[in-house]
Each structure stands twice: as structure tokens, then as C-alpha cells.
Design a protein around this ligand. Structure first.
Ligand code: B12
Length: 446
């Protein structure tokens, strides 16, 4: 028998050998370019354009936007407090068009922490209660036997627990228990693919609970769940190095950076992911401000868990807007794109000629203007989200899936953001077909 002392010593040595996920510094010019892409967003302070994630991303980055940041946070506060605490009936004059969702409220709470603020006042308590009610509601939708689903997603469920946790607000064991069960039983796995983004967000939420010793009765399960998430994310690494896909890699890295482990090749996996990210950034894959906001903390060796004790005094480099080169680098060519919608009767198929560099939404608009095609969208923090095609609206747990012919789900924010940042049609270069398929929300395909 191995004496206990030796075992303890061994576990101590193994603990000491635990590998870390370290992301070595990237070329500062490359990082600065990403920061500069966020700058125009700091000027967009209308209710529809405010995006608390952008604020969080910038505050956890190595760069700053000076007074613009203060103004932005001020606008967030006005908007969120007006819309969340005021009445939002259509006939009042509050100026609040739509009440932010619970997920947006969670991101707003992260933004407050990014400025080293705690929700404390009576108003703040009401925001906390709203988020707690949301979680209770979602818990009930999942049901006693875990047979149902959250009305939104396990991503927003995890984000809400994380936001409350960084404000040192506890949630009931029964709420955490539902997320634990989902992770333990792979309830957010879509079509055999793991949703890395969701796993990572859940992992961050669990790690926060663990750090505060919240929900002590669930501690062994929480610790196990963190390990499970780590294992699944590492397993989801592609040969190029991404965890899931290029857009889930930033959140995956945020989680892995908070979670040392031995014997799983964590350090090497993170280095590989970093190399792949660098190639993607250089190739211009990061245009969408939401995606940039999830990436910037990683490039500054930070994660959303740094919002537990943020360092608001840390020096950050002032961002300077780029001067646009007025002469276009190349003359855009005309490409043909075929738009196909198979899940309506009769199926729709039409070819359009459009300038390369246009967005999918440009194609949709063109199709609508020509006639015989209609679509509707709603704004989201990622850009315009397609809700209806040829009169067919999405229902509960359904969405319009965007595909490249014949059957590859698109990874890009496929519609140019309302705010005009994301173009993806390059993905469709040449005579290509962009398809639309009606799918249920399990078909995320990553
Ligand atoms: C949950 C989720 C979904 C759900 C949304 C519905 C639901 N039940 O919540 C489903 C499965 C339907 C979905 C669909 C798609 N998604 Co999605 N989704 C997510 C996820 C995991 C969380 C989003 C969220 O809740 N954010 C928090 C809340 C508070 O913010 P929000 O703005 O209110 O969230 C809304 C938007 O994010 C919107 N949404 C979700 N996905 C997408 C994608 C695009 C392009 C747009 C414009 C909006 C959008 O739905 C959310 C709920 O209303 C993110 C992961 C991430 N890292 O952000 C990926 C993510 C945003 N999705 C992505 C993609 C590519 C898609 C699809 C285009 C896939 C496809 N080929 O069809 C479609 C969108 C098609 C469309 N109709 O416009 C990418 C976007 C990458 C990018 N370059 O910006 C992400 C980052 C995942 C990834 N790693 O690839 N998604």
C-alpha cells in the first residue's frame, strides 16, 4: 500500500505541475486594429445600437477610448435603467422602444463591473431581482424532470448566472442544478456537435461560483462540471487549432485560461488555438463588433472572470481612429450568387449578379426589390437576425439556418450588420449558392 503521505506529496507535485492556458502576446498593431474597429461603435449610442458587450470587451482589453468610454457607459445606464425600471407601455413617452432582454441585462451588469461598480442601490437591486426572476422562469421552463428547454438558451442562462456571480449575488441551488444537469447530460449538444460557446459560458459561470464558494452543497458537481467542460472543449479542437469554430475560440480560451489542468495538453492546445486565431485575425475574419468584444480580453490575457476584481487603474493605450484610404485598393468584380430556399413550397431559386464585397443582406434586399422574395429581420447584438423568409416566420425553437450549397452552415454574421460592418459574401465567391433552410434550434452545427 502506498502511504497516505506519499499520495499527498504526489498530488501536491501533480498540482504544482498543472498546466496553464497562456496566450503569448500578439503583434500589437494587429490588436490595435481590432480595437480601432470598435471605436466607431462607441459613437453609436442610440437605444438600438448600444451594445454592453462592446464596452466590456474594450475595458478588458489593453486599449481605451478615453472620454468616449465614459459617455458610452452613461448612455448604457440611461437606456437600461429607463427601459428596465421605467414603464414600457407603447403609449408612454419614456423613449424606450423595446425592453432589453434578460441576456442584455446580464451583459449590462458585466459592463457595470467592468467599470468597477457593484449594483447596490435600490435600483440595482431591482435589476438583480429581474435577472433572478428570469432564471426562475427559465428553470420552470426546463421543468422538474429536465424534459423542457430554457425559453432562450443555456448560453443566456449561463451568462445570467455569471453576471449575478461577478456582482457577488447568489442564485438558488435549484437554478445552478439545472445548468449542471444540462452539462452532465449534454443537453445543449446540437446535432452531435457541441456548442462550444455555450459550454464555455457555462464553464465561466461555474468557475465564478467555485471561486466564491457559492452553492457549497453543489461543490463536487460544480468542480466535476468544470472538468467536463474543459474536456469537451479540448476535444472540440479542430486540426487548425480552433475550439469549435473560429468564433467560439475566444470564449473557449477565456474559459480555458481560468482553468489550469494537468495531463491534458492544455498549454499546447492553447498555443495552437492562438496560432490559428492569429491567422484568422490577419485574414480579416473578425469584423463583427460582438465577436471582437469576446476576443479582445483574450489578447490581453483577461477573461470575464476578471470582472470579479477588475483593475480599473491599469494603464491602457489610447486608441486613435484610422484614417480611411479614399482610393479603393481594387475594383470590385461582379459575382453571381444563387439564392435558394428549399423549405417553402414552391421552393425558391434565383440567381443575382452583385459586386463582390457585398453582404448577404444586400442579396436579400436585391431579391426583395426585384420581387418574388420577402424577408424580415430583428436587431441583435450580433447584427440583424433573420426571422422570416417568404412569409414563413420562425416559431418557438426554430430558426432560419444559413447555408452554403449544398449543406454547410455559414459561420459568418451572414447579414451585414445593420450598422454596416460585417460582410461575408467573399465566402460565396464565384458562382455560389446561399441556401436557407428552416431548422430547429438544435441545428447550430458547431
Ligand atoms: C444561441 C445562439 C444561436 C441560437 C439563437 C436563438 C436562441 N434560442 O437563443 C440559434 C441556434 C438559433 C442561432 C442561429 C444562428 N447562429 Co448563433 N449563436 C448563438 C450563441 C451561442 C449565443 C447568442 C446569445 O444568446 N447571445 C447573448 C444575447 C444576450 O445577445 P443577443 O444579441 O440578444 O442574442 C441573439 C443574437 O445572438 C441572435 N443570434 C444568434 N446567432 C446569430 C448569428 C447571427 C449571424 C446574427 C446576426 C444573430 C444571431 O440570437 C440571440 C438570441 O436572440 C452565439 C455564441 C456567441 N459567442 O455569441 C452564436 C453565434 C452568434 N451564432 C452564430 C451563427 C453563425 C449563427 C447562424 C448564422 C448559423 C447558421 N449558419 O444558420 C444562425 C443565425 C441565422 C439567422 N436566422 O440569422 C455565430 C456568429 C459568428 C459571427 N461571425 O458573428 C456565433 C458566434 C456562434 C459561432 N461560434 O459560430 N444561434
Amino acid at each position: 500500500m502506498v502511504p497516505l503521505k506519499v499520495l499527498l506529496l504526489l498530488s501536491g507535485v501533480l498540482g504544482a505541475l498543472a498546466e496553464l492556458c497562456v496566450i503569448p502576446q500578439m503583434d500589437s498593431q494587429l490588436v490595435e486594429k481590432l480595437g480601432q474597429q470598435l471605436l466607431p461603435w462607441m459613437d453609436r449610442i442610440s437605444s438600438e445600437q448600444l451594445n454592453p458587450s462592446v464596452y466590456v470587451g474594450l475595458r478588458l482589453s489593453s486599449m481605451q477610448a478615453g472620454t468616449k468610454e465614459d459617455l458610452y457607459l452613461h448612455s448604457l445606464k440611461l437606456d437600461y435603467q429607463l427601459c428596465l425600471l421605467g414603464s414600457v407601455s407603447s403609449d408612454d413617452n419614456s423613449g424606450c422602444q423595446t425592453k432589453p432582454s434578460a441576456g442584455h441585462l446580464a451583459l449590462y451588469l458585466l459592463a457595470l463591473r467592468a467599470n468597477c461598480e457593484f449594483v447596490g442601490s435600490r435600483k440595482g437591486d431591482r435589476l438583480v431581482s429581474q435577472l433572478k426572476w428570469f432564471l426562475e422562469d427559465e428553470k420552470n421552463a426546463i421543468g422538474h424532470n429536465h424534459e423542457g428547454h430554457p425559453r432562450t438558451s443555456y448560453y443566456q442562462y449561463s451568462l445570467s448566472i455569471l453576471a449575478l456571480c461577478v456582482h457577488q449575488k447568489r442564485v438558488h441551488d435549484s437554478v445552478v442544478g439545472k445548468l449542471l444537469y444540462a452539462i452532465e447530460h449534454g443537453h445543449h449538444v446540437r446535432q452531435g456537435h457541441l456548442s462550444v460557446d455555450t459550454e464555455a459560458m457555462a464553464g465561466l459561470a461555474f468557475t465564478c461560483l467555485e471561486r466564491f464558494f457559492f452553492n457549497p452543497d453543489l461543490r463536487p458537481r460544480i468542480t466535476m462540471a468544470i472538468e467536463t467542460v474543459r474536456e469537451k472543449i479540448l476535444k472540440a479542437q479542430t486540426p487548425e487549432g480552433n475550439f469549435g469554430n473560429v468564433y467560439s475560440t475566444p470564449l473557449a480560451l477565456q474559459f480555458l485560461m481560468t482553468s489550469p489542468a494537468s495531463g491534458v495538453g492544455l498549454g499546447a492546445a492553447c498555443l495552437k488555438a492562438r496560432a490559428s486565431l492569429q491567422t484568422s485575425i490577419q485574414g480579416g475574419a473578425f469584423q463583427n463588433p460582438l465577436m471582437i468584444s469576446q476576443l479582445l480580453p483574450v489578447l490581453n490575457h483577461k477573461t470575464y472572470l476578471d470582472l470579479i476584481f477588475p483593475d480599473c487603474q491599469e494603464p491602457r493605450v489610447m486608441l486613435v481612429p484610422t484614417v480611411e484610404d479614399p482610393s479603393p485598393a481594387h475594383i470590385p468584380e461582379v459575382i453571381s450568387v444563387t439564392l435558394k430556399v428549399s423549405s417553402v413550397l414552391p421552393p425558391y431559386k434565383q440567381t443575382f449578379f452583385i459586386l463582390s464585397g457585398s453582404s448577404l443582406e444586400d442579396v436579400l434586399k436585391m431579391a426583395q426589390n426585384i420581387g418574388g422574395f420577402t424577408y424580415e429581420k430583428k436587431p441583435s447584438l450580433s447584427g440583424p437576425y433573420l426571422t422570416s423568409v417568404l412569409g414563413k416566420e420562425v416559431g418557438d425553437r426554430e430558426f432560419w439556418q444559413l447555408l452554403r450549397d449544398p449543406d454547410t452552415p455559414l459561420q459568418q454574421a451572414s447579414l451585414r450588420s445593420v450598422f454596416g460592418t460585417t460582410c461575408f459574401i467573399e465566402e460565396l465567391l464565384g458562382p455560389q449558392t446561399a441556401g436557407f433552410r428552416f431548422a430547429d434550434t438544435r441545428h447550430h452545427g458547431k
